[in-house]
Design a protein around this ligand. Structure first.
Ligand code: XIL
Length: 324
């Protein structure tokens, strides 16, 4: 059996999201199949700096260590986000922090994290999920937006560039292939590029379902973002065996029709990525197997989604066979 990283070695890196537990339990599968790692949670602001000035690197360091020992590259996620970010960033006693104070904390966080996590890293998500899903607003309401203002994104990229001049600096988002959000995402990125913001790439999270988004919409997204001259990375891929609006909770395992359809989807996606491999330089799966992944209880409680390439016993699924 050929491995994922061998199958795609002439095209792009094949990454996986991990944490110390999965490295311990599924280390063999991870080191055999993948050549890039992302911390699923441990490099997010609340994990790296739970209180102002108290940085906690142990868990994140374990991941970097595993990558080093196994000759794998690192993809960093994420310097700024509205989730998994402690409130202290935005507070001054019981008042809201001033713009200056919030910017100073942003800079300290970015400087400190990139000082430690540049060596061995090819990219970092500088901002995550800043686009608003609904309506006409481009930017999502967030504490960064409220406290700093619209230029918080440019500032973050500038601080990141100063801290780590060679790093691939990315913006990252989901629903990146849905027409309306795609246009907003494009508009924001184009504005950043036109202003000379030091941005290198666009992340497509790729949390996809059995039918949605369509292949055409994904292709259109890739073409649109690539037209800006930036590198693309697929950053958090999973393909649920359900459609998003299917809320059933009665299945204890996926049907063979679901697994077949899922395999067709993975196959079509990876063919598309290969077609655009001049622009796409890494594809990260958001877990190694159906045994453990964030969709085991989300978005529908008490239901698995069986979205990965390996099954609950870490055995290759039809989706794996099709793309290798
Ligand atoms: C998820 C993790 O997988 C979960 O373990 C955690 O509870 C919540 O965050 N978009 C992102 C990722 O950018 O950071 C999220 O990861 C999944 C959605």
């Amino acid at each position: 059996l050929i491995t994922l990283k061998e199958a795609y070695k002439d095209y792009f890196k094949i990454g996986v999201a991990v944490n110390p537990d999965t490295l311990k339990n599924d280390g063999e599968l991870i080191r055999t199949q993948f050549n890039s790692l992302t911390a699923e949670n441990l490099m997010k602001p609340e994990e790296l700096q739970p209180e102002e000035g108290r940085f906690t690197f142990e868990g994140a360091d374990q991941i970097v260590q595993f990558a080093k020992e196994n000759g794998m590259a690192m993809r960093g996620h994420t310097l700024l986000w509205h989730n998994q970010t402690p409130d202290w960033f935005f507070k001054d006693g019981d008042k809201t922090a001033s713009r200056e104070l919030a910017l100073e904390r942003m800079k300290t966080h970015i400087d400190t994290v990139l000082e430690r996590y540049t060596d061995g890293f090819y990219a970092w998500d500088v901002v995550n999920e800043v686009i608003e899903d609904k309506g006409t607003d481009i930017l999502r309401q967030s504490q960064w937006l409220e406290v700093v203002g619209e230029d918080f994104i440019e500032k973050a990229f500038q601080f990141a560039r100063e801290a780590s001049p060679e790093m691939g600096l990315f913006i990252n988002d989901y629903n990146e292939s849905h027409p309306e959000k795609r246009d907003k995402y494009y508009t924001l990125i184009k504005q950043l590029v036109d202003k000379g913001t030091p941005i290198d790439g666009v992340g497509l999270q790729a949390h996809w379902g059995l039918e949605d988004p369509s292949l055409d919409n994904i292709r259109a997204a890739i073409e649109k973002y690539a037209s800006l001259g930036l590198t693309l990375q697929v950053t958090e891929m999973d393909v649920s065996v359900f459609n998003y609006d299917d809320r059933r909770t009665d299945l204890t395992e996926p049907t063979s029709e679901m697994l077949e359809k899922q395999a067709e989807r993975y196959d079509a996606f990876f063919k598309l990525f290969r077609e655009y491999s001049e622009h796409i330089d890494s594809v990260t799966l958001w877990a190694a197997s159906d045994r453990y992944n964030w969709l085991n209880d989300f978005p529908v409680r008490g239901r698995k989604n069986w979205p990965m390439l390996f099954d609950e016993n870490n055995q290759p699924k039809e989706s794996f066979n099709r793309i290798t």
